[in-house]
Design a protein around this ligand. Structure first.
Ligand SMILES: Nc1ncnc2c1ncn2[C@@H]1O[C@H](COP(=O)(O)OP(=O)(O)OP(=O)(O)O)[C@@H](O)[C@H]1O
Ligand code: SF4
Ligand SMILES: [Mg+2]
Length: 408
């Protein structure tokens, strides 16, 4: 059995209306039936567009939001049904590292106070001296000096603050750490350091991670298994290498096609699949396959009427698409969308390390929308020139009526 198992997890937020009496007039289907397993000592990477439900899923695991349906099983215990009192003891075993390190640290508390607070609440350390010794040990592990103890969050750089956030999780000796966009608020150079730190800590302490990110390159580097989310559900899940070698779901294919490749020869030949349309609102998701409104391979009737299940196509490569096998075999052609050359001016000159840490889900969608807009404006040229930087953006589009939060 896996250390953490999610089975059919749903989080539906009620949409209320009314001044005197709140009436529920609908639901936001933020997470709508997610099943996944995280093995002890491994990293599960969860990627998807802004608003697809990644954070809500992470919060559901910690029971920070009400779980509408499904099971969250940690080490054999279903947390979804656990009384709140018992849940408190399990919270120590599940910790979260947040995207905004400064926002998640109380500016009025020094580092010793921030780190010892949770320890005292969970009965770790007989007294403050014992807790301080343990904190010193952990600070050394995350690469912070002992004199950090008496300092305040604003006295640290962004990368150091994220190290404090990681230390705060570690002092509680958790079984699983949920890292929600742990590096997206940091400079690219610092991102690599924090990711490397997470990997080193995993090796030395045997930690288990659920890493949430919109940056495909970050997730690839650190994950054993990757799950791709779209509108509250997983559309594809596979061992990291298999997913990058051959993405099988049309959504993943489009996302991957937007990620620059560090090999200039491959990069020269890379083609982009442009997705059309906006991300639908999770309050009113499309019937059938949720991706059918934007899918370049959409087939008549079935795609718009029947929701595909996540099925294992072999080797743990799971895909939620009625036509995944046919698309992989090249038996059905695209019915919409465009494929354009992906090479852009200057890409050859960019440091491959830097290229490898760029290319996010948000960027992928925005770039595709930008290129599509550019194409619409260029009546004579059917595809944008590979050397032209497309103008405009998804947020500028007058047709952008999606209620999902704006991409970062
Ligand atoms: N407390 C809430 N009440 C109502 N709707 C919510 C609540 N929290 C989140 N949502 C909605 O649920 C959907 C999923 O939000 P969530 O924050 O999980 O997305 P995300 O994938 O983490 O996005 P991002 O990449 O921007 O962080 C969004 O449409 C959001 O507006
Ligand atoms: S089920 Fe149909 S619409 Fe959905 S991803 Fe597959 S081909 Fe596209
Ligand atoms: Mg989020």
């Amino acid at each position: 059995m896996s250390l953490l198992e999610l089975d059919g997890v749903k989080v539906h937020f009620p949409v209320k209306k009314g001044i005197l009496f709140d009436r529920t007039v609908g639901h936001v289907y933020a997470v709508d039936g997610v099943s996944l397993s995280v093995e002890a000592g491994q990293t599960y990477g969860l990627v998807g567009e802004s608003g697809c439900g990644k954070t809500t899923l992470g919060r559901a695991v910690l029971r920070l939001v009400d779980i509408t349906d499904g099971e969250v099983v940690l080490d054999g215990t279903d947390l979804a049904k656990l009384p709140e009192k018992e849940m408190r003891t399990f919270r120590r075993r599940l910790q979260m590292v947040f995207q905004d390190p400064l926002g998640s640290l109380n500016p009025r508390q020094n580092i010793e106070s921030i780190l010892s607070e949770g320890m005292a609440a969970h009965g770790i350390g007989a007294n403050q001296d014992e807790r301080r010794e343990k904190i010193k040990e952990i600070l050394a592990k995350v690469g912070l000096p002992t004199n950090a103890l008496s300092r305040y969050p604003h006295e640290f750089s962004g990368g150091q603050r994220q190290r404090i956030g990681i230390a705060r999780a570690l002092v509680l000796e958790p079984d699983v750490i949920i890292c929600d966009e742990p590096v997206s608020a940091l400079d690219v150079s610092i991102q690599a350091q924090v990711i490397n730190l997470l990997e080193e800590l995993q090796e030395s302490l045997g930690l288990t991670y659920l890493v949430i990110a919109h940056d495909l390159a970050v997730v690839r580097h650190i994950s054993d298994v990757i799950g791709v989310m779209y509108l509250g559900s997983l559309v594809e899940e596979a061992p990291s290498d298999a997913l990058y070698a051959e993405p099988k779901h049309p959504y993943t294919k489009a996302l991957m096609s937007a990620v620059p490749v560090p090999d200039p020869e491959v990069e020269d030949r890379r083609e982009r699949i442009l997705l059309v349309g906006d991300l639908p609102s999770p309050a009113n998701p499309p019937a059938g396959c949720r991706f059918h409104t934007r899918c370049p391979w959409k087939q008549d009737t079935l795609c718009a009427t029947k929701r595909p299940e996540l099925k294992d196509l072999g080797g743990g490569h799971k895909v939620a698409c009625h036509f995944a096998a046919e698309i992989a075999a090249g038996e059905i052609a695209r019915t919409s969308g465009e494929v354009v050359p992906a090479v852009r001016e200057g890409v050859e000159d960019v440091d491959p390390e830097v290229v490898a840490t760029s290319g996010s889900v948000a960027e992928a969608s925005e770039d595709a929308a930008e290129a599509a807009e550019d194409e619409a404006e260029t009546s004579e040229a059917p595809v944008p020139s590979p050397r032209e930087e497309p103008a405009g953006g998804v947020e500028d589009s007058a047709e952008n009526t999606s209620e999902a939060p704006a991409s970062k």
